[in-house]
Design a protein around this ligand. Structure first.
Ligand code: F6P
Length: 589
């Protein structure tokens, strides 16, 4: 039995956050008032369970040989091992009751049916419709729109366009085949495509590479276009709203870059018609605002639409994934969608107690609301998932970083953990020290694949096997630690014993899959979408708006004239901002 140390294991006796119930009644339209999770019987059970909680994974594994079988669940092609989490069967049962008592299944059903669960924007939330198979029955009709028909029609147009670019049927203005697509977008119009591009690169088969420009820092566009040939480059301007400052600025810069490059080589003349022709051959767009696309100068026949019921961070499986369809081909893109759909079906049809995304969302609630965790690490043992944590940051933190519930009343418990991570084994040599021996509780998801994309050998030894040994070693070390007795048995004495002791009981979930295929990637993304939603429901928040990004955008527009020297704009700033602007003026070359 391990000796419990409240400093090294601070979650052992942390009280649950408890605040009074929020008042109800606001002027925000809602379907049903959120249920305050903190008033449910299940919450009381979990509060009691967390008081003096003293997890002991060593003991639990030793005395319960069936634990791993019970807590290992299939999710489409994923094998999800929850056994190294800090829960007993009783705690898990209370968590499932919490989901029942807060209406998680009902909210999922409402979302899938097209109800306007995005209350602050009065919108349906239907990213799941983007991956329904053709001919799904009964057809999904929402607010008078035949959603299935519209989705399939855009998918067909996107596929036809991708095939044209890949086969050389679509050519640049000088008749050359496209070698590079540059996606210009930010947030959900960037993070999903770039993450999937990196993940599926081994599937690129048409000699076309993608680049992604997002930051309004001019360095981004300058560096990403520096070695490109405008004659063989196709820009995809991806913006749901087509109003985003960064994206429209970069799109204009890209257009200038292309015009200047083509004119310099004599490929086009210096006249309006030549420029219009060049845009027609080198710019396409993806947006819900096709009128604004036309105003930018992109021919609406070269624009691909989607709908306001697709949130930006839930849009990689919409036409926002156009760059992916071009690089990997429409069949691969549809495989990605089929992976999403498999997980949607699991969520829709599986009882809560076996429902993997729901259970993982509930575990996150357990850690963050009852054991005091503030962050959550996602650690893929796959270099191809190098952008997965960045993608999840928008998905989870823009969705659940909220202080009010969907009826406008204050939340009644803490919400929205900080998600972060890096691929193993790089993380092992950087921040794992803190996860193993630090004072904070950091639940971690490990993601690994049995088969490598590149089966390299080192002196006859399978390098991927060595890589996976690290994944297994880390989750084992975190769960079971190393006792002082074990350290001493190795010959260590004195103060070094404490330094070399590992408390264990650091929770992990292992997600294992045969290979990182397009479908498996879709499954992973959908898994985290539904984990995020589960947590949002329990907290009573609308996971589909993002008002918290607005103030900064507004102020940037007010401050921009001050940067340019406008005295009135300067005078309107606070003292700190004025001082920073003075520093800027002093040092600007
Ligand atoms: O500022 C946040 C945000 O609205 C995200 O939610 C969105 O993904 C991103 O900006 C980009 O928006 P758009 O696709 O409309 O350019």
């Amino acid at each position: 039995m391990l000796v419990r140390d409240p400093v090294r294991e601070p979650w052992a006796s942390r009280p649950a956050i408890s605040r009074p119930s929020a008042p109800t009644g606001t002027n925000v339209a809602v379907m049903t008032a959120p249920i305050d999770a903190t008033t449910t019987p299940a919450w009381a059970e979990l509060t009691a369970a967390s008081e003096g909680f003293s997890p002991d994974l060593r003991d639990w594994f030793a005395t319960d040989p069936d634990r791993v079988r019970r807590l290992s669940l299939p999710l489409a092609d994923l094998h999800v091992d929850l056994s190294k989490n800090l829960v007993t069967d009783e705690i898990l049962a209370s968590l499932v009751r919490l989901a029942e008592q807060t209406g998680v299944a009902e909210r999922f059903a409402a979302m899938l049916s097209g109800a306007h669960i995005n209350t602050t924007e009065d919108r349906a939330v239907l990213h799941t419709a983007l991956r329904r198979p053709a001919g799904a029955s009964p057809a999904l009709v929402v607010d008078g729109q035949d959603v299935d028909a519209d989705v399939q029609s855009v998918l067909d147009a996107l596929s036809a366009f991708a095939d044209r670019v890949r086969s050389g049927g679509w050519l640049g203005v000088t008749g050359k085949k496209v070698t590079h697509v540059v996606n210009i977008g930010i947030g959900g119009s960037d993070l999903g495509p770039v993450m999937v591009y990196e993940a599926l690169k081994p599937y690129a088969d048409a000699g076309i590479q993608a680049r992604f420009v997002s930051n309004i820092d001019p360095t981004d566009l300058a560096q990403k276009t520096a070695d490109l040939d405008p004659e063989t480059t196709l820009f995809i301007v991806a913006s749901k709203t087509f109003t985003t400052l960064e994206t429209l600025t970069n799109a204009r810069l890209a257009r200038d870059w292309m015009w200047a490059g083509l004119a310099a080589s004599g490929a086009i003349g210096d006249d309006e018609q030549s420029r219009t022709d060049a845009v027609a051959h080198h710019f396409v767009a993806v947006s819900t605002a096709l009128d604004k696309v036309a105003a930018f100068g992109i021919d609406p026949s070269n624009a691909f639409g989607f709908w306001d019921w697709v949130g930006g961070r839930y849009s990689v499986d919409s036409a926002i994934g156009l760059s992916l369809a071009v690089v990997f081909g429409p069949e691969r893109f549809r495989e990605l969608l089929s992976g999403f759909h498999a997980v949607d079906e699991h969520v829709r049809t599986t009882p809560l107690a076996q429902n993997v995304p729901v259970l993982m969302g509930l575990l996150n609630v357990w850690y963050s609301n009852f054991l005091g965790a503030q962050s959550h690490a996602v650690l893929p043992y796959a270099q191809q998932l190098s952008r997965f944590a960045a993608y999840l940051q928008q998905l989870t933190m823009e969705s659940n970083g909220k202080s009010v519930r969907w009826d406008g009343s204050p939340v009644t418990t803490s919400t929205g953990e900080v998600f972060w991570g890096e691929p193993g084994t790089n993380g092992q040599h950087a921040f794992y020290q803190l996860i193993h021996q630090g004072t904070r509780l950091i639940p971690a998801d490990f993601i690994a694949f049995v088969n490598p994309a590149y089966p390299l050998q080192d002196g006859g030894r399978d390098v991927h096997g060595l890589f996976l040994a690290n994944f297994l070693a880390q989750t084992r070390a975190l769960a079971f630690g190393k006792t002082a007795e074990e350290v001493e048995a190795e010959g260590t004495t004195g103060p070094l014993v404490a330094a070399r002791t590992f408390s264990g009981n650091r929770p992990t979930t292992s997600i294992f899959a045969p290979s990182l295929t397009p479908s498996v990637l879709g499954q992973l993304i959908a898994l985290y979408e539904h984990i995020t939603f589960t947590q949002g429901v329990i907290w009573g928040i609308n996971s589909f708006d993002q008002w918290g990004v607005e103030l900064g955008k507004q102020l940037a527009l007010q401050i921009a004239p001050a940067i340019e020297g406008d005295a009135a704009a300067l005078a309107a700033q606070d003292a700190s901002t004025q001082a920073l602007l003075a520093y800027y003026r002093e040092h600007r070359k």
